[in-house]
Write a protein that binds this ligand. Structure first.
Ligand code: IPE
Ligand code: IPE
Ligand code: MG
Length: 253
């Protein structure tokens, strides 16, 4: 089974591709933190905190499995609608993660990128994100992308606006607008499309995650709540992926 076709220029070819039955790029919708806390009679914030522990485990397990690209959906553009208290808990955890984890990521060969509207977290967090990206930019064992204040529709609208600006400025001919022209303005430019998207918590939807890039992704929905996710669940999803036949519209596979 081959990786998904690329619709964008590959600026950084992954050098940790692994065997062909391992997806090159895994997207993960990390869902179920609040249900996990509720089931234990714990405050919601502890569910989110346990979710961060699961992130740590998953980054390690993904690198061990030979996955080259891992994209984690951590906070959607719609998640700002949650209560001020919860948003404060989540943004606080983000700042702690950036402070505590970057050293380990850098040491373990992980390159961190953030997609989404980082400015919305404030200048301090935005510059901590930039610093973390800079500190890990030479790494290539695992390309870890964290989607923060990310929404795919906004991303596509912004790319359309950028393409329109190129046309208006006379730098691009109207007839030259194609998938690649739009893809160049997506936040995922240079990344391969996801081969596999995993969502935890039993929900079966994308919730505005990588709508463009997921055109030919395989989907695996797991009943586990995100804070309980570990290497065995990742293995389960990878096993399911191996059994899929990908056709990309080209007939029998
Ligand atoms: C995922 O868990 C974390 C975020 C979306 C920020 P939730 O907070 O959505 O928890 P559930 O899905 O309500 O249990
Ligand atoms: C999706 O989870 C977003 C993240 C995992 C960050 P949500 O909990 O926000 O999605 P819905 O509301 O169930 O669709
Ligand atoms: Mg949820």
């Amino acid at each position: 089974m081959s990786a998904a076709p690329l619709n964008q220029p590959l600026a950084a070819l992954p050098d940790a591709a692994g065997p062909t039955d391992v997806p090159l790029h895994v997207g993960l919708i990390m869902d179920g933190n609040r249900r996990w806390a509720k089931a234990r009679g714990l405050p919601r914030a502890l569910g989110h905190k346990a979710g961060v522990d699961a992130v740590r485990r998953t980054v390690q397990a993904s690198a061990d499995a030979g996955i080259g690209w891992l994209t984690l959906f951590a906070f959607s553009s719609e998640n700002w609608q949650r209560s001020a208290d919860e948003v404060r808990d989540l943004t606080g955890l983000l700042r702690i993660y950036l402070r505590r984890e970057v050293g380990a990521l850098a040491k373990n060969g992980v390159r961190l990128r953030v997609i989404g509207d980082r400015e919305r977290f404030g200048p301090e967090t935005a510059s901590a994100i930039a610093a973390a990206e800079a500190a890990t930019r030479d790494n290539s064992r695992l390309n870890l992308t964290v989607a923060l204040s990310y929404g795919a529709r906004a991303e596509i609208a912004q790319a359309a606006k950028a393409v329109a600006a190129e046309v208006a400025a006379g730098r691009l001919d109207l007839s030259a607008i194609d998938e690649a022209a739009l893809g160049r303005h997506l936040s995922t430019v240079g990344m391969p499309d996801p081969d596999l998207i995993i969502r935890t918590s039993g929900e079966q939807r994308l919730s505005n995650f990588l709508l463009w890039q997921a055109a030919y992704a395989e989907f695996v929905f797991l009943d586990v709540l995100w804070p309980d996710f570990d290497a065995t669940h990742l293995d389960q999803a990878l096993g399911e992926y191996r059994r899929r036949v990908r056709r990309f519209g080209a007939g029998s596979g």
